[in-house]
Design a protein around this ligand. Structure first.
Ligand code: ATP
Ligand code: MG
Length: 455
């Protein structure tokens, strides 16, 4: 095999062929998929005449990320291979002393792999799968690895809190008497350790993720992502601004429809416009002043409205002049496209439009997790910059809800029992996540020159 350069953590992971179970727990873009592909090639070369399996949570992830990387590396290493796409994808790798086979399968559909006898298998992005599913799949898969001279089971992933990877490689790494188990090993890597990433990649992650997620997603640490305060980047004092509305401001209103508890949070956005500072200049955060980034300021709240018409009436009463000037844009719960709960003939969105409010936003709601991430990153990002300020005098209930909403230990989702989500959190989240959504974080690996099945 020709020489392929490896980063230190990739080397540690790939060179260990003796630990029965080995995992690489590492940040986004740290070189996991590349190490994953190299490990398959190495194990295939040591297990000539046998079969291995490359698993990804979904078939699409294999096609888009793992297969191009694998093919690029096989080319680089000068190893001949043949690809067959159907009935299920598989590679045959040709070595001087014989050939071995690599099946490409979905980790979530592990039940279909039951009848196999494997020498090795590996799963990429293992922690993105539900922990119980991953556990069942892993246990079944390790029972299939029972032939070949160099048997090994491995996983690569960015950690998603205390999930499958933590359970398997950290919690269960010790025997009940406290002595370390010798059958498993965890290798760690950080995004910062990969010099091949474009310079802007880390910077953009730091801008788009709050500090807790930076620890998990860049440093590859196990961080509890689903317990305690949901908006943990929010600080009542540091995220406070005394901003007031001015006549020429445009109002950006996040709206959440709930029967008897419709809420809305009114924002203005400010930033450098033609080199001139527009809007309130925060005195608290020097760094924010020196950035080119826009800020959002929450300046008013509507709470506990009975229904959409009541909210519209309240907006008209309070901000009538802005409405006449067509200066109001609403960002509603996308589910409001359905019929309004208390007004069976019209949808909430069409009621807003009929009242002269502009409506913007995505056609489907963002994932809760992405909405929370966008809010937290705006409150405080990985570069220490706060871009979302809340006037705590003008929005007292919203601020209280931000401080108090916790994760529900039963579901691992933001708690709905105490009604915090009805006090403007979801409303504001629709606006913030739509306007400041984190950019796609995946590195798109590109297949160099390969066409499937060209042999
Ligand atoms: N040893 C290496 N030599 C050259 N380039 C490398 C090496 N390791 C990683 N890279 C490059 O760095 C980038 C990220 O690598 P890779 O896709 O393997 O990371 P990842 O951790 O799987 O990323 P993601 O979190 O997006 O899944 C790719 O462009 C890859 O080609
Ligand atoms: Mg990857």
């Amino acid at each position: 095999m020709k020489r392929i350069e490896l980063l230190a953590h990739q080397m540690e992971f790939c060179a260990d062929m003796s630990s029965p179970y080995i995992a690489m727990c590492a940040g986004f873009g740290s070189g996991k998929t590349r190490a994953f592909a190299i490990k398959h090639i190495l194990l295939a070369s040591r297990n000539v005449g046998y079969i291995g399996a490359a698993l990804t949570p979904t078939a699409a992830m294999a096609r888009d990320l793992v297969q191009p990387t694998l093919e690029e590396l096989l080319e680089l290493a000068g190893i001949d291979f043949k690809y067959r796409a159907s009935p299920l994808p598989e590679y045959v790798l040709y070595f001087p002393n014989g050939k071995s086979k690599l099946l490409v399968r979905s980790f979530e559909n592990w039940r279909r792999l039951r009848g196999l006898n494997l020498a090795w298998f590996g799963v990429d992005e293992a922690d993105t799968v539900n922990a119980d599913v991953a556990d069942a799949a892993w246990k079944t898969m390790i029972s299939r690895v029972r032939v070949g001279p160099v048997r090994q089971c491995f996983a690569t992933s960015t950690p998603e809190g205390f999930r499958w990877m933590w359970r398997t490689f950290e919690r269960d790494a010790r025997n009940p008497d406290g002595s370390p188990r010798t059958d498993r090993r965890l290798v760690r890597g950080r995004t910062y350790d990969n010099p091949f990433l474009p310079a802007s990649y880390i910077e953009s992650l730091e801008q788009n993720y709050p500090p807790a997620l930076i620890k998990a997603y860049l440093e590859g640490q196990f961080v509890n992502l689903t317990s305690g305060q949901v908006y943990n980047a929010f600080d009542r004092k540091l995220n406070h601004c005394p901003s007031q509305l001015r006549l020429n401001d445009r109002l950006h209103i996040g709206v959440d429809f709930n029967v008897g508890a419709t809420s809305a949070i009114v924002h203005i956005v400010i930033g450098l416009d033609d080199g001139r500072w527009v809007g309130y200049r925060p005195q608290t955060n020097r760094e924010a002043l020196s950035t080119k980034w826009e800020q959002a300021h929450a300046v008013a709240e509507f709470q506990g409205m009975t229904d959409t018409p009541a909210l519209i009436a309240a907006i008209k009463q309070r901000f009538g002049t802005y409405l006449t000037g067509r200066q109001i844009v609403c960002y509603p719960d996308a589910a409001g496209n359905h019929t309004d709960a208390t007004n069976a003939s019209e949808s909430s969105l069409s009621l807003l439009r009929q009242a002269g409010l502009m409506v913007d936003g995505p056609s489907a709601n963002p994932l809760i997790k992405d909405r929370v991430t966008a809010m937290n990153a705006m409150f405080l990002n990985g570069q220490g910059i706060r871009r979302y300020y809340v006037n705590s005098q003008a929005c007292p209930l919203y601020v209280e809800a931000l401080e108090q909403q916790a994760y529900d230990p039963k579901t691992g989702k933001p708690d709905k029992q105490n009604g915090h989500d009805n006090r403007g959190i979801d409303a504001a989240g629709y606006f913030i996540s739509y306007r400041y959504e984190a950019r796609e974080r995946k590195m798109h690996s590109v297949s160099l020159s390969l066409v499937h099945g060209r042999r």
